[in-house]
Design a protein around this ligand. Structure first.
Ligand SMILES: Nc1nc2c(c(=O)[nH]1)N[C@H]1C(S)=C(S)[C@@H](COP(=O)(O)O)O[C@H]1N2
Ligand SMILES: [Mo]
Length: 344
């Protein structure tokens, strides 16, 4: 994990009070081993749903990656409104959310995406809509996003690797996007695909790549239409950094992180259940549903608890994992009658 020394922060990076407080706490905590004890109270300043977004989670640093996004998108993201989906716990600091990443197309170490995606070209960007829908074709990102008002949602993110974060995303409901294309009654599933571009994505160049690219993910149509399923286009009030999946990605907070596919170029409505990339690479370890479930262990480790980032040697910040990552009220009904041990 990459952690900057306190004096490595530019003054411009420490404008927002809530983020600043959390970061200060983290820095002190990392040094003193008290991070877990100090964080909760300090972070509460960020969690008032009635505050305008600029007071919730604005990051105003002269972060280089933000200049890669077109003006219209940065403008749109900056106008996002708070939503009712705001996790009542402190957000993971910006520096960690943007330097501790899984984006295997840019390398398998946590720091690789921040390093290798720094000039990933995400403008212009097209998204192809295909399959069982009345409206299909290729659309510019601007046309994909135009009708949608953006909102901020602060969601927990639980990786299958047993670490977790709390992330302030900017985006809009996936259902609102999908409905525009009028899926037919044959559309039982949706498949998403990440860009395939080995010139830009070093992880796709190796013959020994960890995954079969392009990265693919899928959802049952009713999961995709659930209120919590979100299309992310921003983070901490900024356009999405490339390492986090610019220009648009899924955010599915009740599922393990690998379902939240990044840098989407294709959405296809299907009659049959697609096989997702991690499931294809190792079906015993990664299922199609991948709902967060503390009772079903990964074959190589327990899923009963998680490390909430930031952590340090002295402060592992371990906490119990919640069924559906704590989102059962919203999503448990989708799986009524299913055996989640078999459909993991
Ligand atoms: N295309 C693509 N999407 C991806 C991944 C990836 O390697 N490639 N990693 C997944 C995993 S395992 C996780 S935990 C999340 C991490 O998102 P974050 O880096 O924004 O925290 O992205 C998911 N989406
Ligand atoms: Mo993950």
């Amino acid at each position: 994990m990459l952690i900057k020394k306190p004096d490595a922060f530019k003054p411009s990076e420490i404008t927002p009070e809530a983020v600043y407080l959390q970061r200060r706490t983290f820095i002190q905590g990392a040094g003193l081993g008290l991070g877990a004890m100090l964080l909760p109270g300090m972070g509460m300043a960020a969690l008032d749903a009635n505050q305008p977004i600029k007071d919730i989670a604005r990051y105003t640093g002269d972060w280089q990656g933000s200049t890669l996004a077109p003006d219209w998108l940065r403008q749109k993201v900056s106008q996002a409104r708070p939503s009712r989906h705001l996790a009542q716990e402190p957000s993971t600091p910006w520096d960690i959310v943007t330097t501790y990443n899984n984006f295997y197309e840019f390398g398998t170490d946590k720091g690789d995406p921040a390093e290798h995606a720094s000039d990933f070209k995400t403008d212009p960007w097209q998204v192809e809509i295909a399959g069982q829908a009345e409206i299909t074709g290729s659309f510019n990102l601007e046309d994909i996003l135009k009708p949608h008002d953006l909102e901020e949602r602060i969601y927990r993110l639980r990786c299958v690797e047993a670490w977790s974060m709390v992330v302030p995303w900017v985006g809009f409901p996936l259902a609102d996007l999908l409905k525009r294309f009028k899926p037919t009654s044959k559309a039982k599933y949706v498949r998403f695909e990440t860009l395939f571009d080995p010139k830009q994505m070093p992880g796709q160049r190796s013959r020994f790549a960890a995954l079969d690219y392009p990265y693919r993910e899928g959802l049952r149509i009713d999961e995709a239409m659930n209120e919590l399923a979100f299309v992310g286009v921003g983070l901490y009030g900024n356009a999405m950094p490339p390492q986090n999946g610019a220009p648009l990605r899924l955010v599915l907070p009740w599922k393990y992180g690998f379902k939240s596919i990044k840098s989407i170029v294709k959405i296809e409505f299907l009659e049959y259940r697609p096989v997702s990339s991690w499931e294809r690479s190792n079906p015993k370890e990664y299922g199609f549903y991948a709902n967060v479930n503390p009772q079903v262990s990964h074959p190589r480790w327990s899923q009963a608890s998680e490390r909430r980032l930031p952590t340090s040697l002295f402060s592992p910040n371990r906490r119990p994992t919640l069924m559906f990552n704590g989102y059962g009220d919203e999503v448990a009904h989708l799986y009524a009658g299913m055996n989640l041990r078999n459909d993991y």
